[in-house]
Design a protein around this ligand. Structure first.
Ligand code: ADP
Ligand code: MG
Length: 886
């Protein structure tokens, strides 16, 4: 069982789990009883069921405990079944499989005498499955057989292909070695024992043979006895006088994990008869060995293997394709098992008992293997199948573990004696039916066009027809050619003897004949020489042709490889082209995007530049403006400072003048009072210091730092003046001290100076009229609660209630004056004027004004100051008005 590249053992079982499987096909054949009066224990109740009856004696022994048991099979063949019927049902499908490259195993099982050998081998006139199978095989493949030795078995269970020439040479070599005549090739000359085995009318043939293949049949025949394998076709001469025990063979596993008998003879057979001859030879050897070695034939298993080798024809249909991979080998094993009965029943003794035990052991192992297989298949277990425990199971393990059709014919002898054994056989058969074996798959098709052989044959016929038409060489047995040859020989003289004493005719005839003989010998030699030359030339040509063919094959395979490479590269190229296209497209897109971005960038840069320019321009403008503003501010400040100074000076002067006037008046008044009221005795003890009349020059230094105020009357003269409102942007220190350090001495501080210079009595509530003193009144900043007040700076309010005369400068409410407040270095605050306000002068005697006292805050203070201001001369108002006019 071997097929290149196919796994057949569990170790290589990487087959898909959905592999198709068939149960072992078990058939039952019931042989007729030996005698009419024998008790029959087996009854066929249907085409697939039999029923076993316990024999009467047994029933009696076991108190009738035995029941009738039924057993079903794929098919049951009754006693009247003919060999051909059985063959068609059981062996023919296996033969079909074999022809189509699939393996098969067919074995007969049963007790001794149940008809196993009869079923397998048959008898003259009643050929069994084996001869029929061989007959069918050769009937089918006969015309398509390869020349002998084209397929040559190697010693590793493989097959080699030889060229036609090598095969021819090997044939010649074997012919020379064999002294005995060739094997008979006709049915008539076959062994008489097998001569009439098959009725020609019963000949079978497969109708589906692949005609484009060449076939060869190899047969082998082995016997397994006492767990030893013997080759029944081995040529070792059997010594009748001193018989040597035959050499047993061992089992091996080939590279495809198929089991085979190492060194087993495989004989190539070309016809049914030849195959019979080989089988018969093996049978004879078996029989002799059994006799000589005192063996019991029923104790041995015999295995006849038919191996069919097939290989496709080449494309021309001329020769076999010289490709080992295309060779397909299938085989059918026909096994005639030993009797399954128990040892004690055969009453074996001594060494025979041991042998019988072994034989039974083989069958026991077969039984165990079947059980384990069934369990594994049914329960999903993975128990190891003990194939190796016996040679029979080991040899066939590939069938059960791998693939191939397995069929078993259970032979039953219905006689009562065999009942118990038959029962065991039935149980084994039933169990075996549950074992499944992978279905063999179809062999791969070689790929060449069908009908090659027919086309080639038609071509050859046409060629020879045309050659004949042209008068070329056609048939070797041409009579004309023969005549020419005869004519070329020396003519025979007259052979008639005229009288008994004629001694000339015979010697002449002898001489001529001798000459003819010599010529013939010469011609034969010449012919042989020529034939040899032609043969060697032919061989040379053949070998050249083969070499050329192999070279061509090599080239073709190389070409194929190159083609493959080219194809691969082409696809790779296409892939790369596609990739490059994609990349180009991407680059394009990226370039476009980059351009867009660049454009954006340019426009943005442009914008940025323009903005920067604008900014620069604006900045320049701003700077210009700032400069202008600063200029303006400086100008304005300077102008105002000057103005303020001027005004303050004017005011001071005016005030001093006024004071001086008042003092003068007071003096005059005093003088008057003193003159008129001398009796009172109250003479002034101390003269008030006559104040100096202030001069403009003396105060110039301070005046420079005075705040600006609206332009005062340039010359108030002696006119008593009263300031109604002063919109003084006063710069006040937190402490109202008119220190010279003050940067911007206010008008108020000047006044304060004056007040200090003319201190008044702190205890007096009101100043005496005419006294130019302001007492010791100090001016304190009056922080107005009102925001307006605060905003407008601080005002100076007299601490004393209702002073005789007070000047209060107030920031104009309406004018909306503005100024900035700074911290001075000396820790005080400075107000920088930024706006101009107007000074107004009002008449202190205005009726709307109310005199208030005590209150030194808020806007009312203004009124107070106004009201308090002395009004010595009513014309002052007028004078002021005059001064207002610039
Ligand atoms: P086994 O090989 O099982 O020991 P055999 O095949 O040798 O048994 O059969 C024993 C005898 O029975 C033979 O003589 C055979 O001719 C005969 N026999 C067996 N089966 C049949 C059958 N079906 N029809 C006629 N004769 C049979
Ligand atoms: Mg037998």
């Amino acid at each position: 069982m071997q097929r290149a590249g196919k796994g057949k053992t569990p170790r290589r079982a990487k087959k898909p789990s959905n592999i198709e499987k068939d149960p072992v096909g078990v058939y039952c054949r019931i042989r007729p009883l030996g005698g009419e009066d024998e008790e029959c224990c087996v009854e066929m109740i249907s085409s697939s069921t039999i029923q076993l009856h316990a024999p009467d004696g047994l029933k009696a022994n076991r108190n009738g405990e035995y029941k009738e048991t039924q057993y079903s099979f794929k098919k049951v063949f009754g006693i009247k079944t003919t060999q051909i019927e059985l063959f068609k049902d059981v062996a023919k499908p296996l033969m079909e499989d074999l022809i189509h490259g699939k393996n098969g195993l067919l074995f007969t099982y049963g007790v001794t005498g149940s008809g196993k050998t009869y079923t397998m081998t048959g008898s003259p006139g009643e050929g069994g499955l084996l001869p029929r199978s061989l007959d069918m095989l050769f009937n089918s493949i006969g015309p398509f057989q390869a020349k002998r030795f084209v397929f040559k078995p190697d010693d590793k269970n493989g097959i080699e292909i030889q060229s036609q020439v090598d095969a021819l040479l090997e044939r010649q070599k074997r012919d020379n070695q064999q002294s005995v005549p060739k094997t008979p090739s006709s049915r008539q000359r076959a062994d008489p024992e097998f001569a009439d085995m098959i009725n020609p009318e019963e000949a079978c043939k497969s109708e589906t043979v692949d005609e484009d293949c060449c076939y060869s049949v190899l047969v082998s025949y082995i016997e397994i006895y006492n767990n030893y394998i013997y080759d029944l076709l081995e040529d070792a001469p059997f010594d009748l006088i001193r018989p040597k025990p035959p050499q047993s063979k061992i089992l091996r596993e080939d590279q495809n994990h198929n089991m085979y008998v190492a060194g087993c003879t495989e004989v190539e057979v070309k016809s049914t008869e030849e195959a019979f001859e080989v089988f018969w030879k093996g049978q004879k050897k078996r029989r002799i060995a059994n006799t000589q070695l005192n063996r019991e034939s029923s104790r041995s298993h015999s295995v006849f293997t038919v191996k069919l080798v097939q290989a496709p024809l080449d494309a021309d249909g001329d020769y076999i394709l010289q490709d080992k991979n295309q060779v397909n080998v299938s085989q059918l094993c026909l096994v005639d098992l030993a009797g399954s009965e128990r040892t004690n029943r055969t009453r074996a003794e001594g060494s025979r008992l041991r042998e019988a035990g072994n034989i039974n052991q083989s069958l026991m192992t077969l039984r165990t293997c079947m059980e384990v297989l069934r369990e594994n298949q049914m329960c999903g277990t993975n128990r190891m199948v003990p194939y190796r425990d016996s040679k029979v199971t080991h040899l066939f393990k590939n069938y059960f573990d791998g693939e191939g059709k397995v069929r078993m014919i259970v032979c039953v002898n219905p006689k009562a004696d065999d009942y118990e054994e038959t029962l065991l056989v039935m149980r084994f058969a039933e169990m075996t039916q549950e074992v499944e074996v992978a279905r063999p798959v179809d062999r791969p098709i070689c790929g060449l066009a069908a009908g090659r052989r027919q086309r080639n044959q038609a071509f050859k016929e046409e060629l020879s027809r045309r050659l004949e038409e042209r008068g070329g060489p056609s048939n070797g047995e041409d009579p004309g050619l023969m005549n020419q040859l005869i004519e070329s020989l020396p003519p025979l003289p007259s052979c008639e003897l005229s009288d008994p004493s004629d001694d000339q005719t015979l010697p002449r005839l002898i001489e001529v004949l001798e000459r003819r003989h010599r010529i013939r010998q010469m011609m034969t030699e010449q012919f042989n020489q020529t034939a040899n030359t032609i043969k060697s030339k032919l061989q040379q040509f053949d070998s050249q042709l083969t070499a050329k063919e192999t070279a061509l094959y090599d080239q073709q395979s190389k070409l194929g490889e190159k083609d493959k490479v080219i194809n691969n590269q082409r696809t790779e190229l296409e892939r790369l082209e596609k990739k490059s296209k994609t990349l180009e497209y991407k680059i394009d897109i990226l370039q476009k995007t980059t351009e867009m971005y660049e454009q954006d960038k340019r426009s943005l840069q442009h914008e940025l530049e323009s903005r920067e320019q604008r900014l620069q321009k604006e900045l320049a403008e701003k700077r210009r403006l700032e400069q202008r503003m600063q200029g303006m501010v400086t100008d304005t400040r300077a102008k105002w400072e000057k103005e303020c100074e001027r005004r303050v000076n004017a005011k001071q002067l005016e005030m001093q003048n006024k004071l001086w006037v008042k003092d003068e008046k007071l003096k005059q008044l005093k003088a008057i009072v003193t003159e008129s009221g001398g009796g009172l005795g109250s003479s002034p003890t101390e003269q008030p210091r006559k104040p100096e009349r202030p001069s403009r020059e003396r105060d110039r230094h301070n005046a420079q730092k005075r705040s600006a105020s609206p332009p005062p009357p340039s010359d108030l003269g002696q006119t008593p003046l009263r300031l109604n409102r002063a919109t003084v942007r006063a710069v006040q220190d937190p402490l109202p001290t008119s220190t010279p350090s003050s940067s911007f001495p206010s008008v108020a501080s000047c006044i304060s100076d004056w007040e200090h210079r003319f201190p008044t009595d702190s205890g007096s509530q009101s100043r005496e009229p005419g006294t130019p003193q302001f007492g010791n009144r100090t001016l304190t900043p009056c922080h107005s609660a009102s925001s307006v007040g605060r905003r407008r700076g601080q005002r100076w309010a007299p601490e004393t209630e209702a002073p005789a005369a007070a000047f209060v400068y107030e920031l104009d409410k309406e004018a909306g004056t503005r100024g900035n407040v700074f911290k001075t270095r000396g820790g005080g605050q400075a107000v920088q004027f930024t706006d101009i306000e107007t000074l107004k002068q009002e008449c202190p005697t205005a009726p709307s004004r109310k005199r208030r006292s005590g209150s030194g805050e808020g806007p009312t203070q203004t009124d107070n100051i106004e009201n308090r201001a002395p009004m010595p001369n009513t014309s002052s108002s007028h004078g002021y008005q005059k001064r207002r006019r610039p």
